[in-house]
Design a protein around this ligand. Structure first.
Ligand code: FRU
Length: 500
């Protein structure tokens, strides 16, 4: 690259102010800035990190490369950005969190997690380094944050380099604690180039971290080449392993994104038993287009909350023309029902809904399309009955002429729901297809919530049994919703509220 590596990775304060300011100003000019989803002020946002409740506040960090799109070869910075909140909806930016400023993270302070240790937040993450030949050495690093928000890094890595049987793709520790001590799951690649999750353990969380072994699953071979950002948690006495496998081939309308995210439900693991006796298949967490590298937190009130990156590695997004990319999902509360995760937007969001309007329409082939005016930043909550089976389309962010829209199609004859962004606006990720089959099942009654931000939708179907996320890039003329019955009879009732 022609520039000495020490110039690439630095601390944030060392970056000239004018570069930061130019990047922020350029991003602010984008027409696609979100209204209620967290974005970076400039540069690249990817994985949520260190999601936790500590000292009366919610903390959430994200992977941040603020100058990714700046034409300045001497500056590269990839670390954690720190957010703090009272309700997980409005986040205050505290700027850089973990910075790539030690010799164990010269090429990025990569993903990791946090655990509320009482008077400190314990942080566990991966330091990425490379030598002159671009060979990687990962370090698993510890830090603590005190009540004043001061982050102190441990002097020595918890684990240095690779471990026998695995390659240098070894990263993203997710920490938790039980009466048996501190545990973490970490993403790994076996030397035969298949993906796995390993369990790490330490008595006190600070010293003597060691590898206990792999999380035992039924997919020991051939389930992708790397599992990124694994997370292990328990709900209703079951163990759940949520991870982002890379390298799964598309299969019968599944696994259609460049990389996947999903979970296995099984028995609980503990220090003496790492085997998650699976009680079902690998289930995709979300059936939409843009989701990856999620992370959960446990709250003092017992809720298990998910954050995630609404985006994917190696996909180009139209916002890159303005020097930024990526946003976080709305936090979702997770529950386990009949062996599946149900995901609901956190209840705190309801406090931000205003100007509510009630909707009630009956549609059949003979009725014209019902049109709602809907400015950017709305939530639609609908309940649909289907006295005569057929097809219902809901065109979101449609223009008046209905030449552009994001289509949700309910086919109650086939029992299918499709999300189609072929005509949404500026194209994104088209190489991976523009339609997703998001659900197959009974549609005689439909419960639907749609969170419509400036450049994304998040769809929750059947009370969160299925979710679908998509970045979309409509223009200013696309501020209508059209609902139309193509066949059968439909009764649609619900509310439309502003959310911004
Ligand atoms: C997932 C990921 C992680 C890594 C981080 C670096 O998106 O590749 O495995 O820690 O991003 O930003």
């Amino acid at each position: 690259l022609g520039v000495a590596p020490e110039h690439y990775y630095t601390n944030y304060a060392a970056i000239p102010d004018h570069l930061k300011e130019e990047a922020v100003a350029r991003s602010a000019e984008s027409p696609f800035r979100q209204l209620f989803h967290t974005e970076a002020a400039s540069g690249y946002l990817n994985d949520p990190n260190g999601f936790s409740h500590f000292d009366g506040k919610y903390h959430l960090f994200y992977q941040w490369t603020p100058l990714k799109y700046t034409q300045e070869p001497n500056v590269w910075y990839q670390g954690w950005h720190h957010l703090i909140s009272d309700d997980m909806v409005t986040w205050e930016s505290l700027g850089p969190g973990i910075e790539p400023d030690t010799r164990f993270e010269t090429h990025g302070a990569y993903s990791g997690s946090g655990w509320d240790n009482g008077d400190e937040l314990l942080l566990f993450y991966t330091g990425n380094t490379r030598n002159e030949d671009w060979q990687r050495t990962p370090y698993q690093l510890l830090a603590t944050m005190d009540r004043q928000g001061r982050i102190k890094k441990a002097a020595t890595p918890a684990i240095s380099g690779t471990v026998p049987g695995y390659t240098d793709h070894f990263r993203d520790p997710k920490i938790w604690k039980t009466e048996e001590g501190y545990f973490a799951v970490i993403g790994a690649q076996r030397t035969d180039l298949t993906g796995a999750a390993l369990v790490l353990h330490s008595e006190n969380g600070k010293t003597d971290w060691r590898v206990l072994g792999e999380v035992g699953t039924d997919r020991h071979t051939n389930f992708g080449y790397m599992w990124e950002c694994p997370d292990y948690f328990e709900l209703d006495g079951k163990g759940i392993l949520l991870f982002s496998p890379q390298g799964l081939a598309p299969k019968q309308n599944r696994f259609e994104n460049i990389y996947q995210i999903g979970y296995l439900v099984g028995s609980r693991i503990d220090k003496n038993n790492l085997s998650l006796r699976e009680e079902g298949d690998f289930i995709e967490l979300d059936r939409g287009f843009d989701i990856y590298a999620t992370q959960t937190a446990i709250l003092p009130d017992g809720r298990r909350i998910l954050s995630g990156w609404m985006g994917l590695p190696e996909i180009e997004y139209p916002t890159e023309a303005y020097g930024y990319c990526g946003c976080l999902l709305l936090p979702r509360e997770l529950r386990l029902e009949d062996g599946r995760l149900k995901q609901r937007p956190i209840r705190e969001l309801a406090a931000y809904e205003t100007e509510e309007k009630v909707l009630s329409v009956r549609l059949n082939q003979d009725t014209a399309a019902e049109r709602l005016a809907i400015s950017f930043g709305h939530v639609l909550k609908l309940h649909c009955k289907n006295p005569a089976a057929g097809q219902l389309v809901i065109d979101l962010y449609s223009n008046e002429e209905r030449t552009r829209y994001t289509r949700v199609l309910f086919d109650s004859v086939k029992g299918e729901v499709w999300l189609d962004r072929a005509k949404s606006g500026l194209p994104v990720g088209e190489a991976y297809g523009t339609k997703r089959l998001i659900w197959g099942g009974d549609l005689s009654e439909i419960e639907l919530a749609l969170y419509l931000d400036r450049s994304s939708i998040e769809l929750f179907l059947q009370d969160g049994l299925v979710t679908a996320s998509a970045r979309i890039f409509p223009d200013e003329s696309q501020q209508f919703v059209h609902m139309e019955s193509l066949a059968g009879a439909w009764e649609v009732a619900g509310t439309q509220a502003k959310l911004d």
